[in-house]
Design a binder for this molecule. Structure first.
Ligand SMILES: [Zn+2]
Length: 295
């Protein structure tokens, strides 16, 4: 039974509005740009450029590991409806990038940021965004891609990108100052998977070793012994696990307990309620590095 309001509206404006009331108008109010990103971090960067009128969706949900996440078949439809798709590449999304390429519409733009910013072999650490200067390069390319897809708002996209890039510059300065406070001989990193090459390079941290190269791998006993040797001989003050890699984190925590050093946490591939934006992720990581490595 239509409500009284629906009957009145039907009289004045016709059945289309009724459909809209009963279906909740979810999609109808926004005929604007449809932007999707593979991960919540890339979705956050894209949202900074897109502005509040565009909702940017992350295809891989917050809290999930993009290296091993298995996408639901329904994601293909979301991909097919997108105007702009933002991905990282360099192996981060595994086989999911192939699903995107197979399902995107012919006129949609797919921008593979890591591949564009760090062209080169397959053996590149894909986590470029952990250096805010490279995150700024991502943002520039997102703004260009968005302007290409929606030229009528190109100036807005470029303006918002410029404002956010300035925030990233300030973030980089803050993190650099914080890390500079850690004595050089304690700036040593042992973490779950090989994700911190760019961050380590940006802030003068030595990568002593990782439990695994990528989360889908398992460490061999020989490698565990080597990592233990490096931790002890280089007097590494702590290891860093990730909140969303349970099995690997257990193995690394156990190693840290055996040699009697601290277990700390770094955010890398995803966001959650506690660390809900890229800026918060970098600030969290800087504080954790200072708290766990600082003398
Ligand atoms: Zn990763």
């Amino acid at each position: 039974m239509p409500s009284r309001l629906q009957s009145i509206l039907a009289f004045f404006v016709g059945p289309l509005v009724i459909l809209c009331i009963t279906s909740g108008c979810v999609q109808k109010t926004d005929d604007g740009l449809r932007v999707v990103a593979t991960t919540p971090i890339l979705a956050d960067l894209a949202a900074q450029v897109a502005g509040p009128q565009v909702k940017v969706k992350s295809l891989i949900p917050a809290g999930a590991d993009p290296h091993t996440f298995e996408v639901a078949p329904s994601v293909a439809r979301v991909v097919a409806e997108a105007d702009l798709i933002v991905a990282n590449g360099l192996g981060l999304e595994g086989s999911f990038l192939g699903v995107i390429e197979a399902n995107k519409s012919a006129q949609a733009v797919l921008v593979i940021l890591g591949q564009e910013v760090a062209p080169g072999g397959e053996n590149v650490d894909p986590h470029l965004w952990l250096d805010p200067r490279l995150a700024a390069e991502y943002v520039k390319r997102i703004a260009e891609a968005m302007s290409l897809v929606d030229p009528s708002r190109a100036d807005e996209y470029r303006q918002r990108a410029a404002i956010y890039i300035e925030e990233l510059r300030q973030l980089h300065d803050r993190v650099r100052q914080q890390i500079a406070g850690i004595p050089v001989e304690r700036r040593k990193l042992v973490a779950t998977h090989r994700a911190f090459s760019w961050m380590a390079h940006a802030y003068g941290i030595e990568e002593v070793g990782y439990l695994v190269t990528a989360p889908e791998e398992e460490p061999t006993p020989a490698w565990l012994a080597e990592l233990r040797h490096r931790i002890l001989s280089q007097k590494v003050p702590a290891v860093f696990i990730e909140p969303y890699l349970e099995a690997e984190d257990q193995a690394l925590s156990q190693l840290a307990e055996e040699v009697g050093i601290k277990v700390c946490v770094l955010y890398v591939d995803t966001l959650d309620d506690k660390v809900s934006s890229y800026l918060k992720l970098m600030e969290y990581n800087a504080q954790e590095l200072v708290g766990c490595l600082g003398g």
